[in-house]
Design a protein around this ligand. Sequence first.
Ligand code: PLP
Length: 287
Amino acid sequence: MSRIVYVNGRYLPYAQAGVHVEDRGFQFADGVYEVCEVRDGSLVDEKPHMARLERSLAELAIPAPMSMAALAHVMRETIRRNQVRNGLLYLQVTRGAGPRDFTFPTSEVERTVVCIARPLAPEPLEAQATQGISVKSLPDIRWGRSDIKTVMLLPACLAKNAAREEGADEAWFIDNEGFVTEGASSNAWIVLDGETVITRQIAPAILAGVTRATLIEGLAREGISLVEQPFKLVEAQSAREAFITSATNTVMPVVRIDGRAVGDGRPGPIARQLRSKFHQFAAISVG
Ligand code: PLP
């Protein structure tokens, strides 16, 4: 089956889909995106993903390209045409195309909308979760508005590649005061003795992860205490457990940080419990 991509009102074969050479996403990273998990053909936590997209657009004064209901239709149709059962849905909106100019174009310029659905086999992710992942710490060199989900992902790419070169799976960004901000493409969590879960509070320094918000509801349901505050790298290395969250990973145990084992070097019970129950906490879209 050939892959189909939605681009600006059309569903096109993957190889033929493209955007304008002077798209502002390409020239200025002037665009935002969302990634949703697709599970059994349905979108997971669709509403909060759409709410975050609306917020990202508003923060950058990019007019919405269409109603959120119309975008939701495009997302479903892209999943359907690609027959994705388990995988991810990627949606990107840029300010549009026009002769290269730093100042924004007039509002008549059409926004660029791209939607891609991709299958992801669950088995390799499950195998990874059974082993746990390793992370490498790096200085957080990103801009001051990491709460907006922009396509300006070069610092994250550099960090992930540096991690990969050392055999690590994810990078954790460290702020000027030595606190962990978040992962390159995930939120960061630790579990201290007494089973208190800690994650950094929402602020411009981090992305308000949809998975993070869902898990916070799940923690309450499970009766697990949560503290939202920054933690240092050394605290994470001496924590009982550590894990990351993101739409495609859900809850992924972290077993090594900068080469040092976390806890006994194996996925901890809280991370395993939260991973196994995650989809009971999340909202699965129907229709
Ligand atoms: N933080 C960053 C920097 C991310 O890029 C992501 C996801 O891509 C997350 C956190 C997790 O967000 P979500 O749970 O909505 O996928």
